[in-house]
Design a protein around this ligand. Structure first.
Ligand code: IPE
Ligand code: IPE
Ligand code: MG
Length: 247
């Protein structure tokens, strides 16, 4: 195994934060206690990402499918989101971290939308560090909406059908302006993508860890980044081409 190359820190890390419920169940605690501990992990991981030099971190916090959970769990999660935003505003400003969201935030409770707007506005001019929260996010819904908006732009003449390309289409996705994730981490041992950034992850390196999200810490993030730096991203080329830099 070759040592990690410090020159290859991922620019954008996306995380499927999973395992809060199992963490709680293992301790005989209510599921919401797992989510509470999960919120503490978010701060740890955002700080650790900055220390490592990761410029963009995207966290899958609530999927479009998560509305189908028991009502008290959904309202508990919304309450925690509200609490997180209120509590983190000062920390984000102090550390110059810009907050953005992807997903249909217009369906979130009005109080959460207000807090989100406040934090997004207060941090909008920070260029270096970026925290992206995926809230009421689902990749297929995002892509369908982008296809619709692109079609409308063609109909209205702002886009030309003959120019259609991924480059143009991707501007209609929620992630417009963000680089594609280099590394995807999923905690809790589940080996699936769960409708997260399906197109944007096209060439991401995938790292799955059995660690449950409330137990995930700086060392686990560092281990995933180390694993990433040992991988060879080939983008369809041969290993020889990558190593010699020849076409
Ligand atoms: C992830 O933990 C948090 C959200 C999906 C909001 P889970 O709640 O999915 O935890 P498990 O999968 O039940 O352990
Ligand atoms: C994915 O986790 C969504 C989030 C982490 C917010 P889930 O726990 O909801 O995913 P599934 O249902 O196990 O695929
Ligand atoms: Mg889960």
């Amino acid at each position: 195994m070759s040592p990690p190359d410090p020159g290859k820190i991922p620019q954008h890390v996306a995380i499927i934060m999973d395992g809060n419920g199992r963490w709680a169940r293992q301790r005989g605690l209510p599921r919401l206690e797992g989510h509470r501990r999960g919120v503490e992990t978010v701060r740890t991981v955002v700080d650790a990402a900055r220390e490592i030099g990761i410029r963009y971190i995207t966290l899958y916090a609530f999927s479009a499918e998560n509305w189908s959970r028991p009502t008290d769990e959904v309202s508990g999660l919304m309450g925690l989101l509200d609490y997180f935003l209120k509590r983190e505003l000062d920390n984000l400003v102090k550390n110059r971290v810009r907050l953005r969201t992807i997903g249909r935030t217009e369906a979130l409770p009005a109080s959460v939308q207000r807090e989100l707007a406040r934090v997004v506005e207060a941090t909008k001019d920070f260029p270096d560090w970026n925290l992206v929260l995926a809230l009421n996010y689902g990749s297929r819904t995002e892509v369908a909406a982008a296809a619709r908006d692109y079609a409308i732009a063609v109909r209205d003449g702002t886009e030309k059908l003959e120019d259609a390309s991924w480059e143009k289409f991707s501007r209609y996705l929620d992630t417009t302006g963000l680089p594609d994730p280099d590394l995807l981490i999923r905690t809790s041992g589940e080996l699936r993508i769960s409708n997260f950034l399906l197109l944007q992850l096209a060439y991401a390196e995938l790292v799955f860890t059995p660690v449950l999200w409330p137990d995930f810490g700086q060392a686990d993030l560092q281990a995933a980044v180390d694993e990433y730096t040992r991988r060879e991203r080939r983008y369809g080329q041969t290993s020889e081409q990558i190593q010699t830099g020849e076409k």
